[in-house]
Design a protein around this ligand. Structure first.
Ligand code: AN7
Length: 347
């Protein structure tokens, strides 16, 4: 299956340039549960080539940058953008500079950027500070392409998540629930549903309480949450996101770190391992259910990234224990555990 550029080139409106692709997109939309009148679907964006939804935007941003003669790409990142930029730049044969808030991104995401050959730079402060210096650097150096979601090609590529949902359901869902950090993805999905012309869902943007400027209505100087990917206090696409929510009659909601961990656990016990930022969407979905705000019909939550990139966080709730056994005793051990009822899958 080709990547999103060759599948949706007409809708994307990109010129006839070669696609720098790793086969991103066509991610699973799984039927998860039926809650009262709502059919809950989960879109597993962690199955993209670098483990997050960022690949949809990155394939377009890097393809355009290369065709326009860029000599390098640069981004600020809480981790996933860095990993994606590094991978696609590697595919394109371009150097990548990734700038992250010092000590604030997971080891796995840092390693991803490094194995793909990116130069990894850190700055004191948070993501918002990193984005500010990266924007200034790109502005002063036209040969360095900025591949954060302030690059409109990134959002254009991320629209394809909406196209895929419509292709699969035959129409837009009644509601779409997704985590919000820098607010690019919610803006892209809204744009995508609009362009595709098969209905627009109520857009629900979920933020972590300690980093919830769109719920509070003011920027956060010191955003703090366990969901490091969305630890962002001044969302760059704030206005687009506000428009998406207002025009679709949706809402922004905040959920606590505790609710995020509980959501991560619940998904994982059901077979779906996502990172905390993505579990935020599921936590929001649960709040909407409790408040009886879920519309009847299909409702989709975007689970933006795999859990494998943040091995530390689940240690807060998972019981890390193994039992040693040997060939002679394995069957007896399992039989005893099953009898005790101590091994079971609990939602
Ligand atoms: C898993 O990588 O901002 O609201 O620098 O990694 O479009 O920012 C990541 C964001 C949700 C929020 N889920 O999306 C970055 C970065 C995951 C993420 C978001 C991010 P936006």
């Amino acid at each position: 299956m080709p990547g999103i550029i060759d599948r949706y080139r007409d809708y994307l409106g990109i010129p006839n340039i070669p696609a720098i692709t790793l086969g991103e997109g066509h991610t699973p939309l799984i039927s998860w549960a039926t809650w009262e009148q709502s059919d809950i679907f989960l879109k597993l964006e962690g199955t993209n080539p670098t483990g997050s939804f960022k690949d949809r935007g990155m394939t377009v941003a890097v393809s355009v940058a290369l065709s326009e003669g860029a000599q390098a790409v640069i981004c600020a990142s809480t981790g996933n953008t860095a990993a994606s930029a590094a991978a696609y730049a590697g595919r394109a044969g371009l150097p990548a500079f990734v700038v992250a808030p010092k000590g604030r991104i997971t080891q796995e995401k840092m390693l991803q950027a490094l194995v793909h050959g990116a130069t990894f730079l850190t700055v004191e402060g948070n993501f918002d500070a990193a984005l500010a210096v990266v924007r200034a650097t790109a502005q002063a150096n036209p040969a360095i392409a900025l591949v954060n979601s302030v690059n409109p090609w990134r959002l254009r590529g991320q629209e394809t998540g909406a196209y895929e949902i419509v292709d699969e359901l035959g129409q837009a869902p009644q509601a779409l629930v997704l985590p919000v950090g820098n607010a690019g993805n919610i803006s892209a999905y809204f744009q995508g549903f609009r362009r595709y012309g098969r209905g627009i869902p109520h857009m629900f943007g979920i933020q972590a309480q300690g980093a919830s400027p769109l719920v509070a209505g003011y920027d956060f100087e010191n955003p703090e949450t366990i969901a490091s990917a969305i630890r962002i206090g001044k969302p760059a696409s704030k206005h687009l996101a506000q428009e998406a929510v207002a025009q679709s009659n949706g809402a922004f909601l905040a959920v606590s770190d505790e609710a995020i961990l509980q959501a991560q656990r619940e998904l994982a016990r059901g077979g779906v391992f996502v990172e905390p930022a993505s579990a935020t969407a599921y936590a929001g979905l649960k709040v909407l259910r409790e408040q009886k705000r879920l519309p009847a019909g299909p409702v989709a939550a975007i689970l933006t990234g795999t859990g494998l990139k943040d091995g530390d966080t689940p240690r807060r709730w998972v019981d890390v224990k193994t039992q040693s056994t040997d060939a002679d005793h394995l069957e007896g051990t399992i039989r005893a555990l099953l009898k005790e009822g101590t091994v079971h899958v609990a939602h």
